[in-house]
Design a protein around this ligand. Structure first.
Ligand code: UGA
Length: 433
């Protein structure tokens, strides 16, 4: 099977590399020449564990993977075309901006000659895949193509594993022919007993938004519980642990923290709310999730500033700038939001992140860049642990005690035992503890 993947962002590159790993011939397309040149040298545009090795393997050893900037040249040979272009939030009305999807549709419609399956893998609002069909129909006979919705559920930082060992695959089709082709495509996973859910196209598109929204709701829920825990002397870690033991609730995505970030949850919730509004459906739950998550970093920064009455010229160390560990992605990073608010109050921010320093500096020039966590803590009036990178999980606090000016820790990911740090002499603030 020959696959063409249009768009070399997160979803596109992981999908391309992993389908090559299955043994398929894959061509990834992007109109960004610089990106394509780098990819042809196995240079990944972002940090994702294991991805560069996989690119290298399939570019140079198996030669199953290639990159080009010319979509029109590769369309005719494809059995399946995946659309994995970005769908950012529009400036007005919070809808998903689908202009990149439509652009691809116009271009491929003119170049398909033999039957081809066109798949939306980007996260797209309900109705998009059928609208894609309409656009393709203006250039193509109906027996020359089918459209399919096949959303992706991978997480940054563990994307390859998520792709190769997913909890489920969702495929929305409206023809038996395309359903069989997609079944064949995912046969390597089917053999591993990965469940495949076949459904209609609208349902498949809806599953993606409903899944992300539910996970985001779980996080916002436990974050508000954490706020109450702080007031009444309860411990949110124990609350979440015991709640999670109930199989109906489950323990995942119940870690209280500074709020969710990243390129997906914030954008997808806004787009989902916008879809509901269009159909006059009350989505008050998701509106509340959106609002409570937006205010969270503001409240946390306020709490930090008030806890010790920090003033202009004080220095705070921030450990972790990416929106989560194992990525250099700083999109909607709560860590950066908090940093910006503290900088606004005249606080100097010394910061360290294992991978996201460069991206963070592009967003906040005032960040003082440090080469290690310990360098960041030097002469600091307080230390904020903002992202739970593994290397922050076993910091040498005796060393930090020698370096820091004041012994105050804000552990926004609850990765430390408060008593242990207090015993060493630190003033410890967690979330909901
Ligand atoms: C998310 C979903 O988990 C993926 O299934 C989905 O495919 C992806 O969006 C997408 O739509 O492309 P991702 O954004 O990579 O993946 O990251 P998550 O691991 O879901 O974390 C999102 C945010 O929630 C992070 O800021 C994280 O720190 C926060 N979080 C997560 C919590 O605060 N508490 C938790 O218990 C879990």
């Amino acid at each position: 099977m020959k696959l063409v993947i249009v768009g070399t962002g997160y979803v596109g590159l992981i999908t391309g590399a992993c389908f090559a790993e299955f043994g398929y011939n894959v061509i990834c397309v992007d109109k960004n020449n610089d990106r394509i040149n780098k990819l042809n040298n196995a240079q990944c545009p972002f940090y994702e564990p294991g991805l560069e090795n996989l690119l290298l393997k399939h570019l140079t050893v198996t030669k199953l993977l290639s990159f080009t900037n010319s979509l029109s040249e590769v369309v005719a040979d494809a059995d399946i075309i995946f659309i994995t272009v970005g769908t950012p939030t529009k400036r007005v009305e919070n809808q998903a901006d689908l202009s990149a999807v439509w652009e691809v549709a116009e271009e491929i419609g003119k170049k398909i000659f033999n039957y081809t399956v066109v798949v939306t893998k980007s996260t797209v609002p309900v109705g998009t895949t059928l609208e894609l069909k309409n656009i393709l129909s203006s250039n193509l006979e109906s027996d020359k193509f089918d459209v399919v919705s096949n959303p992706e559920f991978l997480r940054e930082g563990s994307a390859i594993n998520d792709f190769l060992r997913p909890d489920r695959i969702v495929i929305g089709t409206n023809s038996k022919k395309s359903e069989n082709i997609m079944k064949e495509l995912y046969r390597p996973l089917y053999l591993n007993e990965t469940p495949i859910v076949f459904t209609n196209i609208e349902t498949s598109e809806m599953i993606k938004y409903a899944s992300n929204s539910f996970l985001a709701t779980k996080i916002s829920f436990i974050n508000q519980i954490a706020d109450l825990c702080e007031k009444v002397g309860a411990n949110v870690n124990d609350v979440a642990k015991a709640m999670g033991m109930d199989k109906r609730i489950g323990s995942k995505f119940l870690h209280a923290g500074p709020g969710f970030g990243g390129s997906c949850f914030p954008k997808d919730i806004k787009a989902f709310v916008s879809t509901a509004k269009k159909y006059n459906i009350d989505f008050s739950i998701l509106n509340a999730v959106n609002d409570s998550n937006a205010i969270r970093p503001i409240n946390i920064a306020k709490k930090i500033l008030e806890s010790k009455k920090y003033k202009k010229g004080n220095t705070i160390a921030i450990l972790g700038l990416s929106f989560k560990p194992n990525t250099n992605d700083v999109r909607d990073s709560t860590s950066l939001k908090i940093a910006k608010l503290l900088i606004k109050k005249g606080i100097k921010i010394k910061s360290y992140d294992p991978k996201a320093m460069n991206n963070a500096k592009l967003e906040i020039n005032e960040l003082i860049e440090c080469k290690t966590a310990y360098e960041a803590c030097e002469s600091a009036d307080a230390v904020i642990i903002a992202t739970e990178w593994n290397e922050f999980r076993a910091l040498d606090f005796k060393k930090i005690k020698e370096k820091a000016k004041k012994l105050v820790i804000y552990d926004l990911r609850n990765i430390y035992n408060p008593k242990e740090l207090r015993d060493i002499g630190f003033e410890y603030y967690g979330i909901g503890t």
